[in-house]
Design a protein. Structure first.
Length: 349
């Protein structure tokens, strides 16, 4: 167990590599109840969400979700989040655990000009479980009357799981098919135990933070605090696809439009090590004989499934193309690496 975002969280149950491989080949069960939930409702709720979220929430039908960013006026990340449209004028924002108070205060202040909309920190109302992997669908289907096969990626439905009212979304943070289940906290243990029982025959096991991190890195999913933060813009993080460029004004819009027009000086790239060694967060990056000022590894690990050392780092834009070679300082030794296309892992559809 480790301290994480103010919670005591399981780092691992049976080993990070074992849990990682279970998700890639069978299924894994994660308790991610530490994530925060902020609801925005009212006649002008859409306008409020459009102001604070960089993606275009007007494109969401009821029952759909999208990945987005909560941005500063400079177009950098206060946080990244998921936006669910629960009703025409009711949205649920899922944010990172360590940012809940800051995110809520920022959102509540920023939506005031939108009109009739109110934000509520609803985190205490929800527990959140995630079932991820090839066996997630069959495992979950045995516990619910909702036809899960009809739920498309980044869509959700309401129903019961193990007799408990739930919101079931086809989302995740592992690169695999799977579901995230919002349930009342008092029923979390009941649903957790039911999922463990239902998935036992197919190889489902409980998974902790360690495997969650290695899985998301293989899938090149950004981690706030590592790969994105208030010093990195959406375009620098290579996430321009989460910007609603045709929207009216939103936080960070002017800065991002200027960056899009004039270009950026650095970009987040994926890399794989060409020599023995694991590039960890914070390790210095060198291009040619000299250092690249401010360029450091943001995430890095030895991936259990791909069986190679990979990572992400910000590189000067002129060196950010796949195939570029550079070195990483691993405990005083310059170790060769090569930029590659992301994601590192992509499941077969």
């Amino acid at each position: 167990m480790v301290s994480f975002g103010g919670w005591d969280m399981p780092l691992e149950y049976t080993g990070i590599a074992n849990e990682h491989m279970a998700v890639r080949t069978a299924a894994g069960l994660f308790d991610v109840s530490h994530m925060g939930q902020i609801e925005i409702a009212g006649r002008d709720a859409l306008a409020a969400v459009q102001r604070v979220s960089c993606n275009d929430a007007s494109r969401l039908a009821v029952g759909q979700a999208q990945y987005s960013g909560l941005l500063t006026p400079q177009g950098t990340f206060i946080d990244d989040l998921l936006v669910y449209r629960l009703a025409p004028a009711h949205f649920l924002l899922v944010v990172n655990a360590s940012h809940i108070p800051k995110d809520y205060a920022w959102i509540a202040d920023q939506i005031k000009p939108a009109g009739d909309a109110v934000a509520v920190d609803a985190s205490s109302r929800y527990a959140l479980l995630a079932v991820q992997g090839p066996a997630a669908l069959t495992t979950m289907q045995s516990l619910t009357g909702v036809d899960l096969a009809t739920i498309k990626y980044y869509c959700f439905a309401h129903g019961e799981v193990a007799g408990v009212r739930a919101t079931i979304s086809r989302t995740g943070y592992t690169g695999e098919d799977g579901f995230e289940i919002l349930i009342p906290p008092q029923s979390a243990d009941r649903v957790w135990q039911a999922i463990l029982g239902a998935g036992q025959a197919s190889g489902l096991i409980p998974c902790g933070l360690g495997a969650r991190d290695t899985l998301r890195l293989e899938a090149a999913m950004r981690l706030h605090g590592n790969d994105i933060d208030e010093t990195t813009s959406v375009l620098e993080a290579d996430l321009g696809w989460i910007v609603g460029w045709k929207k009216d004004d939103f936080n960070g819009a002017a800065a991002l439009r200027e960056q899009k027009a004039h270009g950026i000086s650095r970009k987040l790239v994926g890399f794989e090590m060409l020599e023995r060694g694991i590039a960890r967060q914070g390790y210095d990056v060198y291009i040619g004989d000299g250092s690249a000022p401010g360029c450091k590894v943001t995430s890095g690990t030895q991936t259990p499934f791909l069986k190679k050392a990979v990572g992400m780092a910000y590189l000067p834009i002129e060196y950010a193309q796949p195939g570029t070679e550079f070195t990483v300082d691993i405990r005083g030794r310059r170790t060769r690496a090569r930029a590659v296309a992301m994601p590192f892992y992509k499941r077969a559809r």
